[in-house]
Design a binder for this molecule. Structure first.
Ligand code: 5AD
Length: 364
């Protein structure tokens, strides 16, 4: 079946999804992009929602083979922002109309860390209540796998969205890029905990992992659907020199353009299949191409996460090499993104949480 015919359907089979993700002629790719953009505008509107990204600690108990802040990377200078620094970044976001923040860190689940995060959530809420934001900024967490009890505490403290990527839906590929202490099922269970605790749950994968096929990527999308998640964040896998997977850096260098294009197609096909979820256009896209994040928006994404991490620690939060936006102030990054978004004919939402329509539609 031609791409044009597949795009006329409302429900896609696994084979349809594989065909869409494998499209490689510019005319077909443009048909897919255009349809994804149309579904985005119909189902979610044209607004782009900002979440100020506060990378508050690079301490991590995991040893993922791809990640620059993995536990065994002893060249990393470990840091943890103070609560005052975190709150001041969140207040800056509220003042600029961002509406939401993401608290991201390496994975930790010890009691001291859980207490710290719980208290930070409550303090951010208190510090950001205003006439424009009567319930304070929306808080998304991205701090790894947690127990149901911990999820419930974080939700009660005032966080209401949580990102936890599965990285890949293939158990074999998952095992090949993680240490033996981690497994896909436990990641999936952690997403179920989030949903049970009433979080809007987000997940995602890395694209261009060595050995990953279009079939794997199609299965990723089908798993997103099965898990019934509200938000998606995906981006290309990019090597980091101090990690075991750096042996594949040649693969990345040779296939960069293709990996970039596939990443955009993943955004578009997620939009076509999942329809009303929030989809982030991630920084990793911009690591390959300067206009990568705008391209993500054109392919159906509606969320951006501008960094508001203090500049003095940004270099210590290098998940991959060539990470952009390390030196610009939060204000410079904001102005740059605003311009880029307006140039696409889209608007930045002001003082809105920008919750996933999917979550609202599900809850009635
Ligand atoms: N390249 C791209 N993305 C990465 N992440 C971690 N390391 C890399 C890398 N080398 C992503 C993972 C993780 C998220 C916080 O960052 O998908 O879930």
């Amino acid at each position: 079946m031609s791409i044009k015919n597949i795009l006329q359907k409302d429900n896609f089979t696994r084979d349809d999804i594989i065909a869409l993700l494998s499209a490689d002629n510019p005319a077909d790719i443009e048909l897919i992009r255009n349809k994804a953009e149309q579904i985005l505008l119909d189902r979610c509107g044209s607004k782009v929602f900002y979440r100020g990204l506060i990378e508050f600690s690079n301490g991590c108990v995991c040893d993922c083979h791809y990640c620059g802040i993995r536990k065994s990377n002893h060249t990393v200078k470990r840091f943890m922002l103070t609560k005052e620094e975190i709150i001041s970044a969140a207040k800056w976001c509220a003042d600029k109309g961002y509406g939401s923040v993401v608290l991201q860190s390496g994975e930790r689940n010890d009691p001291a860390f859980v207490d710290f995060v719980e208290d930070a959530i409550m303090q951010i809420k208190n510090a950001t209540i205003s006439q424009n934001l009567p319930k304070g900024v929306g808080i998304t967490l991205s701090i790894g796998e947690q127990s149901l009890k911990t999820c419930e505490r974080f939700f009660k403290a005032g966080a209401h969205r949580y990102l936890l990527r599965i990285e890949t839906s293939s158990p074999k590929l998952f095992n090949s890029i993680h240490s033996s202490t981690q497994n896909l099922q436990s990641r999936i269970n952690a997403i179920k905990n989030l949903k049970q605790a009433n979080f809007q749950a987000g997940t995602g994968v890395m694209i261009g992992l060595p050995g990953q096929t279009s079939n794997d990527l199609a299965d990723d999308i089908l798993l997103f659907k099965e898990l019934d998640v509200d938000m998606i964040g995906m981006g290309p896998y990019i090597p980091h020199k101090d990690t075991p997977m750096n042996i594949h850096s040649e693969y990345f260098n040779l296939n960069k353009d293709k990996i970039f294009q596939t990443s955009l197609l993943m955004i578009a096909v997620c939009r076509l299949v999942l329809k009303d979820v929030n989809i982030a256009s991630t920084t990793a896209l911009q690591a390959i191409r300067d206009d990568g994040r705008e391209m993500g928006l054109r392919y159906g994404a509606n969320v951006m996460m501008p960094q508001v991490t203090p500049v003095n620690v940004r270099r210590d939060y290098l998940l991959y090499e060539g990470k952009p936006c390390l030196d610009e102030s939060s204000e410079e990054l904001r102005q740059g993104l605003d311009l880029r978004i307006r140039s696409l004919g889209r608007q930045v939402a002001i003082d809105e949480w920008g919750d996933s329509k999917h979550y609202k539609n599900n809850k009635g």
